[in-house]
Design a protein around this ligand. Sequence first.
Ligand SMILES: *Cc1c(COP(=O)(O)O)cnc(C)c1O
Length: 421
Amino acid sequence: MYSLGQQGRAVGEVIGELTEKRANDVRWADGRTFGMVYDGGPSVHAVAEQAARLYLHENALNTQAFPSLAEIQREVVGWTASLLCGDDNVAGFLTSGGTESILCAVLAARERAAVERSVTEPEIVLAESAHAAFHKAAHNFGLVVRKAPVRADFTADVDAMAQMVNANTAIVVGSAPQYPHGVQDDIQAIAAIAASVDANCHVDACMGGFVLPFVERLGRDVAPWDFRVAGVTTISADIHKLGYAPKGVSAILHRTKQSRQYQTFVFGDWLGGFYASPNMQGTRSGLPMACAWAVMQHLGVDGYVELTRQTLINADRMRVGIAEIDGIRVLGDSRFHLIAMGAEPRNGSDEQPVDMFALGDALLERGWYHDRQTPPDNLHSTVSNTNTGVIDDYLIDLAACVASVRGEHADDRTTTYATLE
Ligand SMILES: *Cc1c(COP(=O)(O)O)cnc(C)c1O
């Protein structure tokens, strides 16, 4: 039983205890966490912290009361749309994160299918690599899921997806790149499949939205995935990942205002007055929106290109290092900032493959934090500028840990990417 103390406590005491509570959290500032926190460096922290102080108390529920937040949303959405090669018709909203952007995209697709095509039993077509948030959306909004396998390279099997669309299909999903292995689906094929039944095509660029545009500027090949691909209807891009803004902000973009209108809930029959809500939230903090605005303004395109250059150096170095260690390998042909590391098959040898979860435990003992995934058992890294300067140390520890866990088996086989309490 918890009970709030009768008497309040002094500011210093409260903050002191909060500070102590953090002692067992991952120490992301050391660069040894692959994912969850994205560190753009000291000046990015400074601009975000100062913006946060300005907008700590503001409420984006009603942008008539806070016109600055309407402007901030318009500008951040507009900049994101231009990075994703949208034209002036592209319209969007800010949300609290990738999951909420995906919920909005699925809901809007369902509404459009109902209104424009009289679909009453809507379906979503996706690959098994598509983020779990799409299953959450289908569950919450009553869509039937048609789930296609991935190919040997972990990209969506688009031939299987083509067999799954029909007159009830409301939305077809592709990822650029997908989260588990960091590979990019064939978005052109997926958009064409969606268009063949007049369904929405959503590109999940939650991870790639603030990476791929800059990878392209660095002169590397990126297969088409953004609004330049005909048939792409909506795109989600998380500013709180490689956009380097603090948590709580993502963009959902629609190719047209008309498409966007399907995600807005309006209700005029309430004693509280006319109510309109663009996403899943009611009361909405202005803080993450202002932080996104400030971080994007501070970095500019050049800043993002530089952070992306460093991210690719880190990720490429990791891929090469992993390939050099006997017993482990990179799964799929990931070229960007996500890496899934699995056991190397032991052809013709009776030696047991490396237990990837035992390896994860051994790495954690040395302070390196990865998410665990399956099948097949693997360790996931979201590489970013956060990890600059530590990759050589990591690879030394990785080689040592692979050697030390040979023949070991971890009892804990869980792969929790979740908050269960
Ligand atoms: C992170 C992520 C999501 C979900 O975003 P949250 O911000 O965690 O809600 C969806 N898709 C992909 C590809 C992601 O990487």
